[in-house]
Ligand binder design. Structure first.
Ligand code: UDP
Ligand code: MG
Length: 303
């Protein structure tokens, strides 16, 4: 059986459409399936829509979060609740073309354990978003050593992979990178991102920046090493200035220089502040992990 995991946040208009489209496609392809909607604390009628869809078709299941925990948490809740031999994660706004699932499923039947959905083009995105996405993917690709630029959350995972992901203890999860990290036999299918047919994108620029920082932080300690690098750079500069100062002292020309002192103080001060900030950020992350709170809280489950 195939489990289709659909995180949904304020998607009341899309639930019925998604459920129908998917069951049509999968029925035609004779693939046994369940549709697992995760209501990520929506403030509209998303949950009622999911329950209604379940009434029409018992292959629809639903998980309802007690509040908005974010798409990452929703996807992992889906992986945990899924009963299928393989799982597909799909945006329930159907921007990921559902027909591709059949292609992915056939590849899985051939023995592939991870089938990545690779974006051929990124759909309609404004200049800034495109730039920010490129920067984010540049950093995260370097940090993880995996090319992330065209990857997405749209992928099919074998049961083995799902179990491996479910066994990960960390609280702050980044699905896209973790499904690379676990390894297994991989292949790809390419797709074009579609226009949204109803509702609006849930990502504001602010939430995207937060998302980027969290995920870089959860996958890389490069910023911490940056602190060390900054330390060495300032050390080098201080040595140069120190020698200059000493030479001036010995020549007897060591007067004035007040501006230099101020500038140096400010410069070193700000470097220290930034470095403390970065270290503080990681301590906060450690604190979060140590608290060991669950990734999400389920209020209701239908299935
Ligand atoms: N989503 C979610 N929780 C959130 C934000 C988004 O479950 O906090 C879901 C949303 O319902 C959709 C998918 O994640 O199914 C992708 O969101 P969206 O379409 O807003 O992102 P975009 O396609 O604009 O990147
Ligand atoms: Mg979308």
């Amino acid at each position: 059986m195939l489990s289709v995991i659909l995180p949904a946040y304020n998607e009341e208009k899309m639930i019925a459409v998604a459920a129908e489209t998917l069951s049509d496609i999968l029925d035609k392809a004779a693939i046994p399936f369940e549709l697992l909607f995760i209501n990520d604390g929506s403030r509209d009628k998303t949950w009622q829509e999911i329950c209604a869809a379940r009434e029409r078709d018992s292959r629809v299941c639903g998980v309802c979060f007690s509040r908005n925990f974010g798409k990452e948490a929703a996807m992992f809740a889906g992986l945990e609740k899924a009963r299928g031999d393989c799982c597909v994660v799909l945006d329930c706004d159907l921007q990921h073309p559902p027909e591709k699932i059949v292609e992915m499923y056939r590849l899985w039947e051939q023995g592939y354990e991870v089938v990545e959905g690779i974006k051929e083009d990124r759909g309609q995105e404004t200049g800034f978003r495109r730039f920010a996405a490129n920067a984010f993917y540049g950093i995260i690709s370097r940090a993880t050593g995996i090319d992330m630029a065209s990857s997405s959350d749209f992928k099919l995972l074998d049961r083995k992979v799902v179990d491996a992901l479910n066994a990960l203890p960390e609280r702050n999860v980044f699905f896209r990178a973790l499904s690379f990290w676990v390894g297994f036999k991989k292949t790809e299918v390419t797709y074009n991102v579609r226009e949204r047919t109803a509702g609006v994108s849930k990502w504001s620029t602010r939430s995207l920046i937060k998302y980027a920082i969290t995920n870089i932080g959860s996958f890389s300690s490069v910023p911490l090493h940056l602190v060390t690098v900054l330390g060495f750079i300032t050390l080098f500069i201080s040595i140069v200035f120190g020698i200059v100062a000493l030479v001036q002292k010995l020549n007897g020309t060591a007067l004035g220089g007040f501006t230099t002192v101020i500038l140096l103080l400010l410069f070193i001060g700000s470097i220290i502040m930034i470095s403390l900030g970065i270290i503080g950020y990681y301590i906060a992350r450690i604190y979060d992990e140590v608290k060991g709170r669950p990734r999400y809280i389920i209020e209701e489950y239908r299935g």
